[in-house]
Ligand binder design. Structure first.
Ligand code: CTP
Length: 408
């Protein structure tokens, strides 16, 4: 299952360190090449000799113990497919979240460009500490994967949350991450998110209720699946992939046009304002004695429709927000816009869509095929969208290759 995979296991100084020994065996049983890196305190709980025997490799811990021509924090980071830190103590989590590199393990983490999976284990009070939770949130936002902790009997003699996640789950998550990285690797995917903001004057604007959550979930998922991601967003997002912050529809169109040429796929999840103010007042508009005022609006470009005219091999996916006749309107829209797929959702429902963490959509392709994705959280929906689209694209590709070889 893990043949040819290089797994770097990081062990920090917590009582759950002894469990890392069994995890190393589980990886080795599946033919992974395992290297181990320990913080100095980890050796209070496990010995170097045990880890060397289990991993059948050198165990690393000292920062300046150079065995090769490259410093270890570079070579270990470059040669590994994934790093799994078991257990991750509150101390190491805090250091990683703040970019501190004061030992070999934290230096390797800093230089590591692939996925790092952390399995925290600590006392309940430490885990629930707001500062620790903020550090965890920061790590998640920056693309680190966190697994657990679980509730159960803790080494300090109490029951509660803080116990290391079961080794079977850590093992399975490692396998899943290594597998999922293959799904979209080598693909450049451009995704737009959020509602555009069309200024009227320096303090007022026209916008909509889009939270950007669906687009961000798609971007995070594409990144998890190994794609080279560019997120063009009106919402502030701090991620390990490339995020281009934009405001208006015109800004968004410029960014999309720039990125589209090198892209394999564009997903327009943004809610683009159809109109903008014809004149943007440079100073704040003053109240007058009139009871009514009019603001003249002009049409924004239709980014999706325009880009579809320039499309070559790219897969272009639109979204469509409808409050009635979902399927009929979506069928008309996919033809009008000229995109390959349209993800349609019903915005009249309060349990899905705008601002909600949940969605329920239909995926329509340009041949008229419909796949319904049942109500689920936006991250699950994002995974399913990629599975449906890339599943269908693979079939199209296979048919094309078959037709060429059989000269049909
Ligand atoms: N879209 C776009 N540029 C616009 C308006 C919409 O690129 N000026 C894109 C959206 O990002 C979405 C798709 O077109 O992917 C459909 O958006 P939607 O708001 O449902 O449709 P509209 O074209 O605006 O039509 P209507 O508002 O009349 O339903």
């Amino acid at each position: 299952m893990l043949s040819g995979k290089n797994i770097l296991v990081g062990i920090t100084g917590g009582i759950a360190a002894y469990k890392a020994c069994e995890l190393i065996r589980m990886f080795k049983r599946q033919n992974a090449n395992v290297k181990v890196i320990c913080t100095p305190n980890a050796f209070n709980f496990v010995t170097k000799l045990t880890l060397q025997n289990l991993s059948q490799n050198e165990v690393y811990s000292q920062e300046f113990e150079v065995l090769e021509y490259k410093p270890e924090h570079i070579s270990l980071a470059q040669e590994s497919d994934i790093m799994v830190i078991v257990p991750a103590t509150a101390n190491t989590i805090g250091k990683i979240a703040n970019g501190i590199c004061d030992n070999l393990l934290t230096s390797v983490v800093c230089a590591f460009t692939k996925t790092i999976l952390l399995a925290p284990a600590m006392n309940s009070g430490m885990w629930q500490n707001k500062i620790i939770q903020k550090n965890i949130e920061k790590l998640e936002q920056n693309g680190y994967e966190i697994i657990g902790p679980e509730e159960g009997f803790l080494a300090c003699g109490t029951n509660g949350i803080g116990r290391l996640c079961s080794l079977e789950k850590i093992f399975q998550r490692t396998v899943d991450i290594l597998d999922s990285k293959k799904k979209l690797s080598g693909k450049k995917i451009v995704i737009t998110a959020g509602g555009t903001i069309e200024n009227i004057d320096p303090v007022r604007f026209i916008s909509n209720y889009s939270s950007g959550k669906m687009g961000i979930a798609l971007a995070d998922t594409a990144f998890k699946f190994g794609a080279d991601v560019v997120l063009i967003s009106t919402v502030n997002v701090n991620r390990a992939y490339n995020v281009i912050k934009v405001k208006s529809a015109i800004d968004m169109q410029n960014a999309v046009e720039q990125e589209f040429l090198k892209a394999d796929c564009l997903i327009m999840a943004a809610a683009v304002a159809d109109y903008r103010a014809k004149n943007i007042y440079p100073e704040k508009m003053k109240k007058t004695s009139d009871n009514e005022i009019s603001i003249e609006l002009i049409k924004n470009p239709d980014i999706l429709q325009e880009i579809c005219k320039k499309k070559s091999s790219q897969v272009v996916v639109g979204f469509c927000a409808e409050s009635e006749n979902l399927v009929k309107n979506a069928e008309e829209k996919i033809i009008k816009k000229g995109c390959d797929y349209l993800i349609a959702n019903d915005i009249s429902r309060s349990d899905i869509g705008f601002s909600s963490d949940y969605n329920e959509v239909i995926v329509l392709n340009k041949q008229g095929g419909i796949t319904k994705l049942e109500r689920s959280d936006k991250y699950k929906i994002a995974e399913q969208i990629f599975e449906v689209i890339y599943g269908q694209e693979r079939n199209i590709q296979d048919n094309r290759e078959f037709c060429t070889s059989e000269s049909c």
